[in-house]
Write a protein that binds this ligand. Sequence first.
Ligand code: ADP
Ligand code: MG
Length: 390
Amino acid sequence: MTFLEPGDPQTTAEHLGGAFREAFGAPAQVVGRAPGRVNLIGEHTDYNAGLVLPLALAHATFAAARRRTDDRVRVRSRQSDETWEGTLAEASAAPGWAGYAAGVLWALAEREGVPVPGMDVLVDSTVPLGAGLSSSAALECAVAVAAVALADQELDDDLRARLVRAAMTAETEVVGAPTGGMDQTIAMHGRGGAALLIDFRSGEHRPVPLDLDDLGLTVLVTDTRVSHALHDGGYASRRADCEEAARLLGLPSLREATLEQVEGLADDRLRRRARHIVTEIARVTATVEALAEQDRAALGRLFLASHVSMRDDFEISCEELDTVVETAVEAGAVGARMTGGGFGGSAVSLVPTERVSAVVRAIDARFVTAGFRAPAHLLGVPSVGAGRLG
Ligand code: ADP
Ligand code: MG
């Protein structure tokens, strides 16, 4: 049984240090770390002023950095052949992956008023890219943490909030990928041994203890390796549908809508889109209660209802994701659902720990039979949010 391993942070940082010296001819001065995430439940609810319940993974992105004497920025990644170099001002138009890495530096300086020196940055990551596990926010936040460490700023709650906003700005304005804010918030505020309940109406978040040992459950994450990036228009159109539904109901957002109001929408597509959001927000609250009561059966029902809602009402699943969910449950998972933006990416299953290898084997076998590309699995261990190493 092979899982994508998170790697030991200290070992990863040491390797990165060596590679940094080779790339830039001088040692790194700081290393920032930011985790990927898996969302337990609450999909597409963040931009509807709703609730989400992600956990920060042990899998993370690391950014080693060194201050320069001029105002230039150079960014490289061990996951990309493209390097980028330019001034901070030019970073607002950085292309490709540098839009995340250099874009966040521009956003920090220009939008958040955080002083950012010229710097060289080298990135490495154990978060699979484009798998719906938020390698993009991990990249933005790791680079941002390295930058504020170089500027000797203390990473208190206020600065963390500004880093979240800068990372969102990089993603929406520089890269041009719409994002609701869940990914950046969990990357900066994740807690070991807990999921994070984030309320996008109040802006508040709080850890929800996730004692998997007590529950006897393992969080199994399966990357279908179907790239969701190919369908980015799908995310934008779902968002537009939600805004239109709220407008027709005369509400500021679907967070305010009742199921009864939603069922009254005349347009079938908008009704189904809005129904997903309203029921999904209720499922997040119910999941928090089920966790507190250690009610595995309820957790399983909520996960499956969430998946069906995304498959049929929100229409963001795909054959591979449906196959993971169906197979995981047949092989003994308590519940399973697609996670992340959809159209590919990953599924998350709650599996009685003694059943994990049986579930993984069943999914792998079913993918072979179906002629799908082999999936990749990893374990979702609730881990700490972004910070400076060492
Ligand atoms: P996800 O966030 O679910 O992994 P996205 O499409 O939002 O998927 O972000 C993936 C993109 O982020 C990649 O295509 C790449 O441009 C960029 N990226 C993320 N991590 C890295 C990295 N370590 N090195 C280079 N680029 C990265
Ligand atoms: Mg992303």
